[in-house]
Structure formats: C-alpha cells, structure tokens
Design a protein around this ligand. Structure first.
Ligand code: 5SP
Ligand code: FE2
Length: 220
C-alpha cells in the first residue's frame, strides 16, 4: 500500500523558503498553495515563485491552484515543470479540456473539490485525471479543523476508482493530523497534504514519518 505525505509550504516561513524546503527531504511531494485573492480571500505565490521553488526543492512540486480561470492559468503553471497541477472544479469552465492540456504539457492533472461541492458530476470523468483532491477544510488558510462531513465524498470516489481500476490518487487537504489521517485513509485517501502538522513541528522529518505510520495500516 502506498501512502504519500505532501507537506504544505503554506505553513512554512515565507522569508526562508529555501531552508524550509530542505527540512522535508522525506516528503513525497511539496504541496504549493497558489492563491489569487479572488477564488479565495488570500494571496500567495505566482509562477515566478513556483519556478524558483522548483529550482531549490529536491522534492517535486504538487501545485494546488486556488485561482479563478484555471482553464487559462493552470497550463501556464504546468509549464514551470511542476509534477502535478490541481485546479478547482468550481472555478473551471471545462475541466476535461484543462486536464488534457495539463497532461499534454507533462504534468499530472488534478481536480479539487471544495467541501460543499458534490462529487457526482465528476465521477464519470476520472479517466482524465491523475488525482482528485477532496478539500477537508474551506480553501484559503492553513490551521483549520478537519471536516468529517467530506468523508462520504471520498468514499464515493474510492468506490468508483476501485470499480474502474483507474490509477487515480485520492488526496485530502486541510486539518490533517495523526488522528484525522486515520479517518481519511479509512474513507479511501492515499495522498495526504499536511501544513501545520509538518512545518509547525520542531522535527518535520519525524512528523512526516509519524503521519505515514498512522495512515499506513488504514489505506485501502
Ligand atoms: O490548501 C490549503 C488551504 O487552503 C492547504 O494546503 C493548507 O495549507 C493545509 O494546511 P493545514 O490545514 O494542514 O494546516
Ligand atoms: Fe492546499
């Protein structure tokens, strides 16, 4: 069974990002939250910053785009060479066309769903995606509490992935701790974003391993 732990740089020290990235050598991917102050009420990184993070990180980048008009901008973020680019269904006009563009550019294509967004319209589109991100908090900020109400959505996705035999990673993001990771893994997640519970700890390497050990017995 595979468990992926992707620390979110949103909880890192923004004036020391190169050092911060070096603190998580055992991470699977580095989760980078791109926010535009429109789709969410917060502002973080643009393409130039993402490109520089890519230059200094040994760990490949997992971009989470919380931005308007991903149909236009997601491919441009993929051009930075990011390993995966995940955009929000609520903001996109044509999720399949955008996912196909991402794959053409060479990035893994991800679709993110806010806690209140139903999964049913997307269940038949899984073949066009490499990962689905079930947000377990409202997007915009780190340090919020995990929403158990999102777990049925994850269960639906896990069931469909199993039925179809597709290799689609199921990612959760928001409020992941050594306790909540167990519930998310039981519901079907295999890829876990953690901000405060990695960068907020004195020993991020140990924090990543603790999360991995907590999830491992519970992933499907
Ligand atoms: O996308 C987001 C927030 O919108 C996340 O990636 C957060 O950065 C997760 O932080 P924690 O909840 O783990 O502190
Ligand atoms: Fe995120």
């Amino acid at each position: 069974m595979t468990v992926r732990i992707n620390p979110s740089i949103l909880s890192a020290d923004f004036v020391n990002l190169e050092d911060e990235v070096a603190r998580i050598p055992n991470a699977d991917l580095l989760h980078v939250d791109v926010m535009d102050n429109h789709f969410v009420p917060n502002l973080t990184f643009g393409q130039q910053m993402v490109g520089r993070l890519q230059d200094v990180s040994r760990v490949p980048l997992d971009l989470h785009l919380m931005i308007d008009d991903p149909d236009r901008w997601a491919p441009e973020f993929a051009e930075t060479g990011a390993f995966s680019v995940t955009f929000h269904a609520e903001a996109a006009l044509d999720v399949v066309a955008t996912a196909r563009r991402l794959r053409e550019i060479g990035a893994r294509a991800g679709l993110a769903l806010k806690p209140g967004t139903a999964v049913e319209p997307y269940l038949d589109l899984l073949a066009d995606f490499d990962q689905i991100l079930v947000m377990t908090v409202e997007p915009g900020f780190g340090g919020q509490s995990f929403l158990d109400s999102t777990m049925p959505k994850l269960e639906r996705l896990a069931e469909r992935v199993k039925q179809t035999g597709l290799d689609v990673w199921l990612q959760v993001d928001g409020g992941i701790t050594e306790e909540t990771i167990v519930r998310a893994a039981e519901a079907g997640a295999n890829t876990f974003v953690a901000g405060s519970s990695v960068f907020g700890r004195e020993d991020p390497i140990a924090a990543i391993e603790a999360l991995r050990d907590a999830a491992l017995p519970h992933v499907h």
